[in-house]
Write a new protein. Structure first.
Length: 384
C-alpha cells in the first residue's frame, strides 16, 4: 500500500487523537458537573465512572501488546475510532449508572486501541522519513480535542442545554473527525521497520523504573484532569468560567509537546520529564489552594502545558530504551499509565466525598507526581 506523506499522516494522527483522546476520553470532564447536578451523582460515583473508562483503557492497552494485532493495526484503529464516536452518543441516551460504567469502559478500550495502533502507524512512517519532529503535531491532537470540547460546552451553555446534549454533540464532532482521518490516512499501513512479531521486552532496570514512574504519573495527573471543572463549580465558578478553564487547558496542551521537545533537546528526556512533573505539581496545587479565578486558570494552564507532553516524553524515553519493539513497549507503557488512571479517580472521589472538597485528593496527586519525576530522574543513564 502507498503511504501518505509524513505531514499528512501527522495531521491524521492529530485528528485521531482529538477524537479518541481529547473528546473520547476527556469530554467527560466538562460534562461531569452537569451530570452530577442533574442526575444526583456523588463524587464517588463520578470517580467510578471515570475509572471504568480507564479500566477499559488498561485492558485495551494490554490487548494491543499481543501479537494477534500484527497486520490488523489499520483496521483496528478505524474500528475503534468509529466506536469512540458511537459510544459518546450512547452516553447521552441513558441515565443509568450501570450503563455509564459499561459505555465508558468500552470507550476506554476504543481509545487505547486508537492510541496504540494509530501511533504505531504514524510514528513508524515518521521514523522512516526522519521526521520525528512531527510527533508533536500528532500528540497536539489531545489539546485540540479538549479545546473543541470546551468550545462545545460554551455554546451549549448559551443555549441552556443539558448534560446529554454535550455527549450527543460530541458524537457528531467525533464522526466528522473520523471522516477527516479516513481521508488523510488513505491506504497507509504500519511501517515500524520490524518484520513479523516483535521481541519480548528486556529485563532492564532503567526500563522498569520508567514503566513504574509512568504509572504513577497516570495517577497524579488524572485527578485534576478528571475533576478540574467540578473543582471550578464547587468553588462557585459559573458555567462560562468552567468552559474558559477547560479551553485554557486545551489551548495550552496543543503546542505543549513541541515546547517540551525543545526543552528535552537541551536538558535531556529524563530531566525534561522530571521538570514537567514539578511544573504540573504547581498547577495541581494551585487549582485547589488558590481562591478566585487565578487558581483554576493557573491549574488549567499548567495541566495543559504539561500532561500531554509528559505522556509523550515518557513514551519516547521507553522507546529509546527498546527501539526493536516499538508497539510492545508502547502498549506496556500505556497499560502502566492505565493502572494509575484507574486508581486515581477512585481514590480522589472517595477522598472528596469524605472531606467535602478536592483539596486533599489534589495534594495526594501532587505528591505522587513528585515521586514519578524523581524515579524518572534516577533512571537516567549515569555519565562515566
Amino acid at each position: 500500500m502507498k503511504a501518505a506523506s509524513p505531514l499528512r499522516l501527522a495531521f491524521a494522527g492529530m485528528f485521531a487523537m482529538a477524537v479518541a483522546m481529547g473528546i473520547g476520553r476527556f469530554v467527560y470532564t466538562p460534562i461531569l458537573p452537569g451530570m452530577m447536578e442533574e442526575l444526583g451523582l456523588s463524587t464517588a460515583d463520578a470517580g467510578w465512572i471515570a475509572s471504568a473508562n480507564y479500566l477499559g483503557y488498561l485492558i485495551g492497552a494490554l490487548a494491543a501488546a499481543g501479537s494477534w494485532a500484527h497486520g490488523r493495526e489499520r483496521l483496528l484503529m478505524f474500528s475503534s475510532l468509529a466506536a469512540s464516536a458511537i459510544l459518546a452518543g450512547a452516553m447521552g441516551l441513558t441515565g443509568s449508572m450501570a450503563a455509564f460504567l459499561l459505555i465508558r469502559f468500552l470507550a476506554g478500550l476504543a481509545s487505547a486501541f486508537v492510541m496504540v495502533f494509530m501511533s504505531s502507524i504514524v510514528f513508524g512512517h515518521l521514523l522512516a522519513a526522519n521526521r520525528n519532529n512531527l510527533q508533536a503535531l500528532h500528540f497536539g491532537g489531545v489539546g485540540l480535542g479538549i479545546a473543541a470540547s470546551s468550545a462545545l460546552l460554551a455554546i451549549l451553555v448559551t443555549e441552556h442545554a443539558g448534560w446529554a446534549a454535550g455527549w450527543l454533540w460530541s458524537a457528531v464532532i467525533s464522526a466528522c473527525g473520523f471522516a477527516v482521518v479516513a481521508l488523510l490516512v488513505g491506504s497507509t499501513a504500519p511501517a515500524n521497520g520490524v518484520a513479523g512479531r516483535e521481541p519480548a521486552l528486556p529485563n532492564d532496570r532503567s526500563l522498569i523504573k520508567i514503566i513504574v514512574a509512568y504509572g504513577l504519573f497516570g495517577f497524579g495527573y488524572v485527578v485534576t484532569a478528571t475533576f478540574l471543572v467540578a473543582i471550578v463549580r464547587q468553588g462557585g465558578g459559573g458555567r462560562v468560567f468552567e468552559a474558559t478553564v477547560w479551553m485554557v487547558t486545551g489551548l495550552a496542551g496543543f503546542p505543549s509537546v513541541w515546547l517540551w521537545q525543545k526543552i528535552s533537546a537541551r536538558i535531556g528526556l529524563y530531566a525534561a520529564y522530571a521538570v514537567g512533573c514539578i511544573v504540573e505539581v504547581v498547577g495541581v496545587t494551585a487549582s485547589v489552594a488558590m481562591g478566585g479565578t487565578i487558581g483554576p486558570l493557573l491549574g488549567g494552564l499548567l495541566l495543559g502545558i504539561t500532561f500531554i507532553a509528559i505522556t509523550a516524553l515518557g513514551l519516547q524515553t521507553a522507546r529509546q530504551l527498546v527501539p526493536q519493539a516499538p508497539r510492545r513497549i508502547f502498549a506496556v507503557m500505556t497499560a502502566s499509565f492505565g493502572v494509575g488512571q484507574i486508581v486515581g479517580p477512585i481514590v480522589a472521589g472517595l477522598l472528596a466525598q469524605a472531606s467535602g472538597d478536592f483539596f486533599l485528593a489534589s495534594i495526594v496527586a501532587a505528591v505522587v507526581l513528585l515521586v514519578s519525576g524523581a524515579i524518572t530522574w534516577s533512571a537516567a543513564p549515569k555519565s562515566p
